[in-house]
Design a protein around this ligand. Structure first.
Ligand code: ATP
Ligand code: MG
Length: 390
């Protein structure tokens, strides 16, 4: 028996003239994910993408699993292929749908007839298939208003396709339809979630991480790569820049007032992230900040960091509380990695009494003694780049 996969566009079907572009990006993401499983034929009609395996040992289960991570998909399902003959369809449907039907109580059948030369009309097909299912599974009842499952029969040019329930897709907008942004990624819980949420709105991601060896370890850097790889499962490949931050932090320890340490450090991170972003064609930064969560996340502190940026800073978690963030972190498989106890450069030089509500001009004053330009230049020169794929 041959199976195919049907995919329903989500929000992107609302995008008018841009629809074709959105759909192309989604289909490309699907192709990239399932390519290793063997060759397929992909066709589209009316906000449905139709994937037909050509390779005889194409693994449909694995393909469905991979498709579940692609943004832009509202729902997807597998369907059994049957010859376009009503007697064959009536025999095939109860066999193909056995597992589905045994686990539900009510259903309805919807028929779609793309091939108008098929001798039965849609309501007649629905009635016939419904009858065949009822006589094979006597515990079932038809419920046209709120059935446990909608069984769909599609009569297409080449064959008929029968399917049970749809599975909810990853939602959002296809990666790359909203441009490219740079996420500041730490080893914490928040920034991978922020990255995921913005990728879900159609952004291609690059990432920048600040590391302070030997204060931060190789394992801490690996942790960041592992976290990005959870995000990349959804967003597609991510370029990661690992910026050496040790010299900057040591200079700050010598030349900046301790209570401004966190703020100055965050401003330097943002400056460097902006420079790398412009080189890479990123048009915004993304951080995992959440209002009031820690000392550096007050309104005044956010204003002080924003003022050194020459591009928008997106903070998708700004109004979320930890519980909501943790829920998403678990969903994307990042949580267990995030809680591994490796140090971050932010925690290496933490002041005892950090300034949380800087007044305008105070941060600039605290930075006065730093040779900012050269420190930043050297850090960028010694940055290492990685390609994270999953
Ligand atoms: P997270 O859980 O994402 O680490 P956090 O609650 O620990 O966030 P902070 O440590 O204040 O908060 O960091 C705020 C944001 O700054 C992070 O969400 C991240 O975007 C960025 N950031 C922090 N440390 C780093 C780092 N070492 N490299 C790159 N970005 C960082
Ligand atoms: Mg952190």
């Amino acid at each position: 028996m041959k199976e195919v996969i049907l995919i329903k566009n989500g929000e992107l079907s609302l995008k008018g003239l841009n629809r074709a572009i959105f759909e192309d990006k989604m289909v490309n993401a699907i192709k990239r994910r399932i390519k290793p499983l063997g060759s397929v034929k992909i066709t589209r009609s009316q906000s449905t993408v139709f994937i037909e395996p050509i390779d005889p040992d194409f693994d449909v289960d694995e393909a469905l699993e991979r498709i579940s991570y692609v943004f832009g998909i509202a729902a997807y399902s597998r369907a059994g292929e049957c010859e376009k003959d009503i007697d064959k369809i009536l025999k095939f449907a109860p066999v193909y749908l056995k597992d589905t039907m045994e686990n539900i109580r009510t259903f309805k059948v919807e028929a779609k007839r793309a091939d108008k030369s098929f001798p039965l009309k849609s309501p007649e097909i629905s009635a016939a298939v419904g009858g065949a299912l009822l006589s094979r599974f006597p515990h079932l009842k038809v419920d046209v208003h709120s059935p446990d499952e909608v069984i769909t029969v599609e009569i297409r040019d080449k064959a008929a396709y029968i399917r049970g329930g749809q599975i909810k897709g990853a939602g959002g907008l296809p990666t790359g339809t909203a441009g490219k942004a740079q996420v500041l990624i730490s080893g914490g819980i928040d920034s991978p979630v922020a990255a995921y949420l913005m990728a879900k709105r159609g952004l291609t991601l690059n990432a920048v991480h600040f590391a302070s060896p030997p204060y931060t370890s190789e394992r801490a850097e690996q942790k960041v790569k592992d976290l990005l790889s959870c995000v990349a499962k959804y967003s597609g490949p991510i370029y990661l820049a690992v910026v050496p931050f040790t010299e900057i932090q040591e200079e700050m320890a010598k030349k900046c007032p301790e209570d401004f340490f966190t703020l100055v450090m965050r401003r330097i991170m943002m400056r460097i992230a902006c420079i790398i972003s412009r080189e890479q064609g990123c048009e915004a930064l993304i951080t995992g900040e959440s209002l009031g969560q820690v000392a550096s996340q007050t309104l005044q502190a956010i204003a002080a960091t924003d003022s050194v940026c020459d591009m928008p800073v997106m903070r998708p978690l700004i109004g979320s509380d930890k519980e909501e963030i943790v829920k998403i972190s678990k969903k994307i498989g990042a949580f267990d990695i995030s809680i591994l106890p490796y140090e971050d450069c932010c925690t290496v030089f933490t002041p005892k009494h950090p300034h949380t509500r800087p007044k305008p001009g105070q941060c600039e004053k605290a930075e006065e003694k730093l040779d900012m330009e050269n420190l930043i230049k050297r850090a960028i020169e010694n940055t290492k780049y990685y390609y994270i794929n999953n």
